[in-house]
Design a protein around this ligand. Structure first.
Ligand code: ZN
Length: 282
């Protein structure tokens, strides 16, 4: 059994919070809140309106300052469909995340409908609101005296992931570059490059990591996730080099302790992506 954690706001530093959602499975993502002297920054807007509204109620519980800026950690709809519920905020993302959102829009809802029907039913009539501001590389926001650093570290979970760092305190909001106790999913990513991004994150030595799915953790928790990526990559590569089929590789990979993480069946999508990486050298 995977460990459980509760939905709610978790204080990760002075005026810095994670909003985690229990279970962390499909469409059940996390968000963040940084409270400044005059306004707040929110990181990710969640999926179904009831989720975003519950998060907004928690925000109101700790501050009456308005949310003026909303960061999208990447384009996935479980982090961005709630954008429309922050009409007063400017939205910022990596340039690739905005391009993917503009290209894909709300079309993933149809694929998700049979998987999470109740949540998708709630999203009827909700439009995708695209980011207003985009950047490449790094963007520094100054929230009063506090530096909030948004950074793209390369292709990983998607082509447009960013981390949000509070560098003085070693707090990192990792978006879906970080999954804790929930199986990471790379259906639109690049696992080889994601591992390189994991090294870049380790170089920054964050003390506290807010993942895109799962409970708040530290580098030890984060390393478990990169361990999952490296173990499936090395086993799939050995199978590929032996001329085995994707199906054969999938049936032979031993994920060990990771079998207890939420949604272990994501291995199939991850192995499919790995074979694409090996075969087409993408
Ligand atoms: Zn994602």
């Amino acid at each position: 059994m995977a460990d459980s954690w509760k939905t709610g706001l978790v204080e990760v530093g002075a005026d810095a919070y994670a909003y985690v959602q229990e279970g962390g499975g499909m469409c059940v993502s996390n968000a963040g809140l940084i409270v400044g002297p005059e306004s707040c920054i929110v990181i990710d807007a969640l999926f179904a309106p009831s989720m975003t509204q519950a998060f907004q109620a928690e925000i109101k519980r700790v501050t009456d300052k308005p949310v003026r800026l909303l960061v999208n950690s990447h384009h996935h709809i479980d982090h961005t469909l709630g954008n429309a519920l922050f009409p007063e905020a400017q939205i910022v993302s990596h340039v690739n995340a905005r391009a993917e959102l503009a290209r894909i829009g709300v079309s993933p809802l149809e694929r998700l409908r049979p998987i999470v029907p109740d949540l998708v039913a709630e999203t009827e009539g909700v439009d995708m609101r695209l980011p207003d501001i985009t950047f490449e590389g790094m963007l520094t926001l100054n929230l009063g005296d506090r530096e909030v650093r948004l950074q793209h570290l390369g292709r990983g979970h998607t082509i447009g992931d960013i981390i949000v760092m509070l560098p003085d305190e070693g707090i990192m909001y990792g978006g879906d570059l970080a999954f804790h106790r929930v199986t990471p999913l790379a259906f639109e990513g690049h696992i080889g490059d994601w591992l390189a991004v994991c090294y870049r994150i380790a170089d920054r030595s964050p003390k506290t990591i807010v993942p895109g799915h799962g409970p708040v953790g530290d580098m030890a928790e984060f390393r478990k996730m990169s361990g999952y990526l490296s173990t499936i990559r090395s086993q799939a590569k050995a199978s590929f080099d032996d001329g085995k089929s994707e199906e054969q590789a999938l049936s032979e990979i031993d994920i060990g302790e990771y079998a207890s993480w939420t949604e272990p069946e994501r291995l199939a999508a991850n192995v499919a992506r790995l074979f694409l990486e090996f075969r087409e050298d993408i």
